[in-house]
Design a binder for this molecule. Structure first.
Ligand code: ACO
Length: 325
């Protein structure tokens, strides 16, 4: 089968920084609590007039330039997001227009924080089947727009941002393999209850605060600790690899305790694990592509390195990819 690889990366985060100290002014919380329980120190927050497609556009431009690819040559734009500009049309279509990618098909993929891992897997299938040559996979979120800023259980955790990757055929290496999973029986653990067809927008849904992200933090935490190592070991096993073969681990950036637990299970040392959640919080589908672009920019990745991505999130969903850079 034809191999697919990441040939360009880029990211964008909003300028506006919200620190834990800023949150102390807004809520009954403390920098100490947030830092010790999550590892997060600050996060970026989009402006009122900045939507997910705006962040995605800036990340996409950088990735295209990094890959030296013209937007007109794109065959497919895939936006992974749980905070689209609107329920429809797809944010990917808004982006297609902004980029003037007139030849590209475009759709959104909703797998919450696993969106980028899912997106890479989908893109690699289109390349393997020879349907498409030039694909843009983007994880982009403005979670700040669906947070209840009076709820300290959730609002301290998340941030806004976008990361993009160009996926094209490669001679060797590239995306070696992916595994995807879902468990809808726990869909209640993390959701935005209203605004869809089950509970359309009404005075009542607004009065009951149903347009905000809701989460059972403890249950999601337990799921995450279990699934990150499990997903990693599964994709490695399918490829005939072990954790020892991994040079660099880029996990979904949700909580330092979740990452540390997984790194320990996989026997990876500190230098092998990329962490930027201290600066950005949990940016959901954007977290892995932002981290990848930052790691590339910081020269932390060498040619031939094997990189492991693991995402997990609402759905529940999870996904893992192994890439040879
Ligand atoms: N500041 C101060 N105190 C707080 C805060 C806060 N921001 N939030 C909660 N507390 C209090 C609680 O009220 C509780 O007090 P109590 O013991 O008097 O009841 C105490 O701190 C401990 O709360 P816990 O919920 O037990 O704290 P825990 O150590 O489990 O950490 C956290 C909570 C950080 C939310 C953790 O459960 C977590 O990270 N869960 C996973 C969340 C996650 O990653 N979600 C995203 C998944 S990806 C996606 O798809 C979006």
């Amino acid at each position: 089968v034809r191999k697919a690889g990441i040939t360009g990366v880029g990211y964008y985060v909003p300028k506006n920084i919200l620190t834990n100290y800023d949150l102390e002014e807004m809520l009954e919380t403390s920098d100490k609590w947030i830092k010790s329980r999550t590892g997060i120190e600050e996060r970026r927050i989009a402006d009122d007039n900045e939507a997910t497609s705006d962040l995605a556009f800036k990340a996409a431009k950088k990735a295209l330039s990094d890959a030296e690819l013209d937007a007109e040559d794109l065959d497919l734009i895939l936006v992974a997001t749980m905070t689209p500009d609107m329920l429809f049309p797809a944010t990917a279509c808004l982006l297609q227009d902004r980029l003037n990618a007139t030849e590209a098909a475009a759709f959104d993929l909703e797998a919450a924080c696993s969106g980028f891992a899912y997106g890479l897997s989908v893109a690699s299938q289109f390349i393997a089947s020879r349907a498409y040559d030039n694909i843009l996979v983007i994880g982009a979120e403005t979670i700040s727009k669906i947070l209840d800023w009076n709820n300290r259980n959730t609002c301290i955790l998340f941030g806004d941002g976008a990361g993009a990757a160009v996926v094209q055929p490669v001679e060797s290496g590239g995306i070696l393999g992916s595994i995807l999973g879902a468990d809808g029986s726990d869909s209640d653990l993390l959701k935005m209850p209203a605004g869809g067809s089950k509970r359309p927008v009404s005075q009542k849904t607004i009065e009951n605060d149903l347009h905000y992200l809701e989460m059972d933090g403890n249950a999601v935490f337990k799921f995450a600790v279990r699934i990150v190592a499990k997903a990693a070991l599964q994709v490695l096993k399918e490829l005939g690899l072990t954790a020892e073969d991994i040079d660099f681990f880029i996990p979904h950036q949700a909580n330092i305790r979740i990452i540390d637990a997984a790194a320990k299970r996989l026997n990876l040392n500190e230098q092998e694990v990329f962490i930027n959640l201290d600066k950005y919080g949990n940016t959901s589908a954007a977290s892995i592509p932002i981290a990848l672009a930052e790691a590339v920019q910081a020269d932390k990745i060498d040619k031939g390195d094997k990189i492991l991505f693991v995402g997990f999130g609402a759905g529940l969903t999870w996904g893992a990819n192994v890439i040879e850079w």
